[in-house]
Design a protein around this ligand. Sequence first.
Ligand code: HSE
Length: 442
Amino acid sequence: MFFNDRQNSIDKIMEVYMETVKLGILGMGTVASGLVKIIELNNSKISDSIGKKLCVEKVLVRNPNKKRNSGLPQNIYTTDAYEIINDPDIQIIVELIGGIDPAREHIKAALKNKKHIVTANKALIAACGGELEELAAINGAKLMYEASVAGGIPIINTISENLAANEFDQITGIVNGTTNYILTQMTENGLEYEQALKEAQRLGFAESDPSSDVEGDDAVYKIAILASIAFGQEIKIKDIPKEGITKISREDINYARELDYRIKLLASAVKKGNEIEIGVHPTFIPAKHPLSTVKNEFNAVFLKGNAVGELMFYGKGAGSLPTGSAILGDIISILKGGKTGCHKFKKIEKYKITYNAFKPYYIRFEVIDKPGVLGKIADAFGANGISLASVMQRQKNGDNIAPLVFITHAAYRKNIDAALKEINKFECVAKIADIIMVENFE
Ligand code: HSE
């Protein structure tokens, strides 16, 4: 007890003499509130770690008169970003506005003023990470963005620091919590897509306009960042094919379960020789694979390094405290003078960026239930060099229309599309309802 009291008094005295590091924050939404809360909650732990005190000096908001529960004094708020960018006392600026503009202009101006930047802005880093890193390097400042991918999971600094000795073969992630929540609810509670989306919105996992999440754009930004860092080559978002989850029906989910698979929105980058196959798609994955156990709003990143082997990181991919934790990790790293924040987006062309996966596919048709249909479709697949692994025809939907489900052996998507183009002309085929890639992680 005596030693604890003595230590506490010493800590208090040290704290009085500690240098204060002033932070500016651009934006005061959910993540900024989490950041402020952690600074308050874990104040002495943070000071112990860096030997300095953190203090929020100014915060950019749209409406300075709005009542907020941040615990920050009212006079800290400003509507002028340049009050923060040009403040000589502010060392680190945390950008939490999101989107490309005006965030990009603010960050550029701040880097030119030699401020360090910490951001959670995945769209901006995916679009201009290289350009901003160059500007940071020229100005001797750091640009850190751990919070831009998978919220609380420390994946960016892990790939670029702790695993830097590895050549990577694969990075595959469930990096969007909204879609993972929706797919989990469809799988486990039998909800239809629209019902699950409404529930996600009610719980605050999905935005009122969920398009960036459900159409796959959010996951594209994140895999662009992860793959650019892991493979040492800037990968452009325009080169990443994507498909969202809006077409996934409960029928697809049920067939997946019957076949001992789960459907997940995977963001994946795989190295094959001098090519990187990259894309974002709903995917059948084996029910026993660790990524199948990632449920609801949780995220996970699975990777293979040539030295470390397989690794999987799991945690909350969004939310005020997990994302705030990632931001503070970057702030602490800057203040400890670590090497993180160096140039990670390299403008070189080591690899060709492709999407040429040779994988099995799940294909669901709605067909007219009459003799010869199955054979006709199977022949069209065969004529296009596609070998079938299994077929299921269960119950009628009424109106003489029956679902017919095929799982193919590994095939190129272009051959699948050629076969489907032919099959689509058959009058016995009412609809090609869905095509989903199967990933067996072999
Ligand atoms: N909207 C994202 C998600 C979180 O649903 O995972 C922030 O990147």
